[in-house]
Design a binder for this molecule. Structure first.
Ligand SMILES: Nc1ncnc2c1ncn2[C@@H]1O[C@H](COP(=O)(O)OP(=O)(O)OP(=O)(O)O)[C@@H](O)[C@H]1O
Length: 226
């Protein structure tokens, strides 16, 4: 579904991703791990640009929520492309019961016990993340690209929500910092540091030594395969 060959990305004259080769197959669930500043978000955005927008839900910190809108409106935005503009406009002004029930059910699934009309500015960081996940789920696209979607949630809730995502998105690329969760819930794990792919392994082969080498790459860069 996507093959990146010798990919290079930069901001202005500063290269941040170099020589990346990466294949993403349909139905695959891929986690991206690596030290801060290593190029994970930059790579994820490039992947988003390379895939058809109609089949891809993006859940990233920078494009998170519209602050002056409610939980309902922020989640409903995921479905804007499925309806005509007039339906969207009417529903945004005066939510239809059908959309209200569907979003209410989704919130229950996300363990969000909140009034749907509550402005998202009044939510905690973890609640906001779940609204953002709700919007991605409401888009009903087959592919999910997400950047640290659970960073503000506890480990157990993250596990439960990952199971929900697994059932809803056949293909996933998720940037995360929790290596245990990455190994448990994904098929493949890619390790990135200093803009390079240091390993690309089946999740079962990502052991402590592979992880230790990934996070100790400050001064030397060496690719390895476990
Ligand atoms: N808009 C930007 N303009 C210039 N440089 C940028 C920009 N965004 C990121 N960078 C730089 O590119 C490099 C890679 O950043 P990126 O956000 O992709 O890393 P990351 O692995 O996702 O980090 P983190 O885990 O901290 O989110 C960093 O050195 C960062 O400072």
């Amino acid at each position: 579904m996507l093959e990146l060959v010798d990919l290079k990305l930069s901001y202005g004259d500063t290269p941040v991703v170099t020589g990346v080769n990466l294949k993403l197959r349909q139905g695959e669930k891929l986690a991206i791990l690596g030290p801060s500043g290593g190029g994970k978000t930059t790579l994820l955005h490039h992947i988003y640009q390379s895939l058809p927008k109609s089949s891809t839900a993006l859940c990233v910190q920078s494009k998170a929520l519209v602050d002056n809108l409610s939980v309902f409106h922020n989640i409903y935005m995921g479905a804007l492309d499925r309806h005509l503009w007039l339906y969207n406009l009417l529903n945004l002004v005066w939510p239809f019961p059908k959309q209200g029930s569907a979003i209410s059910l989704l919130c229950q699934e996300l363990e969000l016990d909140l009034p749907l009309h509550k402005p998202v500015t009044q939510l905690s960081g973890g609640q906001r993340q779940r609204v953002a996940i709700g919007r991605a789920l409401y888009q009903k696209a087959p592919v999910l690209l997400a950047d640290e979607p659970f960073s503000a949630l506890d480990g157990e809730m993250s596990r439960r929500l990952l199971a929900t995502l697994k059932a809803s998105f056949s293909t996933q690329v998720v940037v995360m910092h929790d290596a245990n969760l990455a190994r448990e819930a994904f098929d493949r794990v890619v390790g990135i540091a200093q803009g390079r792919v240091l390993f690309d392994l089946p999740a079962a082969e990502v052991n402590e030594s592979v992880l230790a080498r990934l996070y100790k790459q400050e001064n030397k860069l060496e690719c390895f395969d476990g």
